[in-house]
Design a protein around this ligand. Structure first.
Ligand code: AMP
Ligand code: ZN
Length: 466
C-alpha cells in the first residue's frame, strides 16, 4: 500500500505524492508568540516533525514553510500593556519557542517566516481580492465578503449558504457558528501599531498572513497544508477563501490536521489554565525524550490525554529501547547468523514502514519495534542470536530512531563529559588490577552519583548514562 494521509478536504484517507513527484511543498501554521508555548502546542509541532521525517524516509525532498505570528490581537494587547514594541515583546517568546523545539528534537522548516516581515505581500493579496470584487471597506477596515466565494465552508464541511451575509467580525478568532465577513486589514486604533499601505493605514488580520506567505514561497497550490484541528475553522477556511479567490487555483491538495492534547478530556489551553510548559515538566525531572515519545506515540488523529503516568510509561519504553541497544552493541554473540531471526528483523522493518505509511500510525509502528525487541531478547537469552544478526537489528533501530529520535540521552550541561567518564573508568580498572578495591568502589560510587551505570563484561567495562 502506498503512503497515504487523511485529507480534511475530502474526509478520506488518500494516497499521497507531491505534485512534481519529488519535492513536497508544505506550509504549517506556526506559533503565536505572545507567551511560552505549552506541550499541547508541541504535540502539533511534533506531528509536523513526524510528517517531515516520514516524507523524507519515503524519498521526498522537502520545501516546508512555517510562519511565526508576531502581530495579532493578543500580542498587541499584551505589548501595549507592557509598554513595549511588538518586536520587544515577541523576541523572547520566539527565542524560547526555538529553544524548546531544539530540546524536543523537532526539526525546523526549511523556511521560518515572520508575519511582520511580509506586510507588502499581504497588502498585495488584499489588493488582488479588491480588484476581483471580494472585499469591501467599512470604518477604515477591509473585509472579505464570504457570500461572493461559493466554496466557503468546503474545508469545515458546512453549508453556510450566505447566512449572516454582510455581518462582520473583527476579531481574529471566532466560533464555528459565527461565519461572517472577516477582516483582512484592520483600521488603526490609538496606540496600536499600524502600517501605511495601498489599502490604507492599519494592520493585517491573522488569516491573511498565512495565505500571503504560503503563496509567496510555495506558489498558488501547496502539496500539504497542516495545522492543529482548531485551525480548520475559521483560520484555514478563510485561508482557502482568500487564496483561491485571488489565484483561481486550489490552495492546497492535502489538508492535514492533528488532534488535541487533552487534560481530563478537555483541550490543554492557556485559557482553561490546564497547561504545562516544557520548562515546567523538565523542572520536575522528566527527560525531554519522554515528552517527545509521549506526544509522538499516539497517532495524530486521536486525542491524547496528558498524565504524568503517561510520561513515566514513556520513560520506561525508552529505557527498554536503550537497554536493548546496549545489549546489542555490548554482547559478544557467537559467530554465524540465525536466518529465522533475520527474517523476523526484516518483517519488523516492513511492519514499521507500513504503519507509518498508513496515515502515520505511530502506535502500530512502535508495536512492531517492541514485538521485535521481545523476540530478539528471547533469542539472546536462549543463545540463538548470532553475530550476523546484530547489524540488521541495529539498522532497524536506526530506521526507528530516524523518525522518533529518542535513543540518544539528553546530556545536561552539568553532566560529566564522556572523556572524564572514560578517564574514571580507566582509573577504576587500574585500581582493581592493583587490588585497591576501596578506591575502585569509591570511583564506582562517584560515577553512580553522576548518573553513570557500569557493567563489567568479559570484554571489559562498559558504561552508559542512566
Ligand atoms: P497558537 O500558538 O495558539 O497559534 O497555536 C499553535 C499551534 O498549536 C496551532 O496549530 C494549534 O492548533 C496548536 N494547539 C493549541 N493547543 C493545542 C492542544 N491542546 N493540543 C494540540 N495542539 C494544540
Ligand atoms: Zn495559519
Amino acid at each position: 500500500m502506498p503512503l497515504r494521509f487523511h485529507n480534511t478536504l475530502t474526509q478520506q484517507v488518500e494516497p499521497f505524492q507531491p505534485a512534481d513527484g519529488k519535492t513536497v511543498r508544505m506550509y504549517t501554521c506556526g506559533p503565536t508568540v505572545y507567551d511560552f508555548a505549552h506541550i499541547g502546542n508541541f504535540r502539533t509541532f511534533i506531528f509536523y516533525d513526524l510528517l517531515r521525517r516520514w516524507l523524507r524516509a519515503r524519498g521526498f525532498a522537502l520545501n516546508h514553510v512555517m510562519n511565526i505570528t508576531d502581530v495579532d490581537d493578543k500580542i498587541i494587547r499584551n505589548a501595549m500593556a507592557a509598554n513595549q514594541t511588538l518586536e520587544q515583546y515577541t523576541a523572547p517568546f520566539t527565542e524560547a519557542f526555538f529553544e524548546d523545539m531544539r530540546t524536543l528534537r523537532v526539526e525546523t522548516a526549511e523556511r521560518v517566516v515572520k508575519a511582520t516581515e511580509h506586510i507588502p505581500q499581504m497588502v498585495e493579496l488584499i489588493r488582488c481580492l479588491g480588484e476581483r470584487g471580494f472585499t469591501y471597506q467599512s470604518d477604515g477596515s477591509v473585509y472579505f465578503r464570504i457570500a461572493k466565494f461559493p466554496g466557503y465552508g468546503k474545508l469545515s464541511h458546512r453549508d453556510f449558504g450566505g447566512e449572516r451575509s454582510g455581518a462582520r467580525v473583527d476579531g481574529d478568532t471566532y466560533e464555528k457558528d459565527d461565519a461572517r465577513d472577516f477582516a483582512l486589514w484592520k483600521a488603526p486604533k490609538a496606540g496600536e501599531p499600524a502600517w501605511d499601505s495601498a489599502v490604507g493605514r492599519g494592520r493585517p488580520g491573522w488569516h491573511i498572513e498565512c495565505s500571503a506567505m504560503a503563496i509567496e514561497y510555495l506558489g498558488h497550490t501547496l502539496d500539504i497544508h497542516a495545522g492543529g484541528v482548531d485551525l480548520v475553522f475559521p483560520h484555514h477556511e478563510n485561508e482557502i477563501a482568500q487564496s483561491e479567490a485571488c489565484t483561481s487555483h486550489p490552495f492546497a491538495r492535502f489538508w492535514i490536521h492533528s488532534e488535541f492534547l487533552l487534560v481530563d478530556g478537555q483541550k490543554m489551553s492557556k485559557s482553561l489554565g490546564n497547561f504545562h510548559t516544557l520548562r515546567d515538566i523538565l523542572g520536575r525531572g522528566y527527560a525531554p525524550e519522554s515528552v517527545r515519545y509521549l506526544l509522538a506515540s499516539v497517532p495524530y488523529r486521536k486525542g491524547l490525554n496528558f498524565t504524568f503516568d503517561g510520561l513515566k510509561s514513556a520513560n520506561t519504553a525508552i529505557e527498554r529501547l536503550r537497554n536493548f541497544q546496549f545489549r546489542l552493541t555490548g554482547t559478544h554473540f557467537p559467530e554465524g547468523v540465525d536466518p529465522q531471526l533475520l527474517e523476523r528483523t526484516e518483517a519488523a522493518g516492513r511492519q514499521f514502514s507500513e504503519a507509518m505509511d498508513d496515515d502515520l500510525n505511530t502506535a502500530e509502528a512502535l508495536a512492531a519495534v517492541f514485538e521485535f525487541i521481545r523476540d530478539a531478547n528471547t533469542a539472546m537469552d536462549g543463545g540463538a542470536f548470532r553475530r550476523g544478526n546484530v547489524e540488521p537489528a541495529k539498522r532497524l533501530l536506526e530506521h526507528f530512531d530516524a523518525v522518533f529520535e529518542v535513543l540518544q540521552t539528553t546530556v545536561a550541561d552539568t553532566a560529566l563529559p564522556d572523556a572524564d567518564v572514560a578517564q574514571l573508568v580507566a582509573e577504576r580498572t587500574q585500581a582493581k588490577k592493583s587490588r585497591d578495591f576501596a578506591r575502585a568502589d569509591r570511583i564506582r560510587e562517584e560515577l553512580t552519583l553522576a548518573g553513570i551505570l557500569l557493567e563489567d563484561t568479559k570484554e571489559g567495562v562498559r558504561w552508559k548514562r542512566k
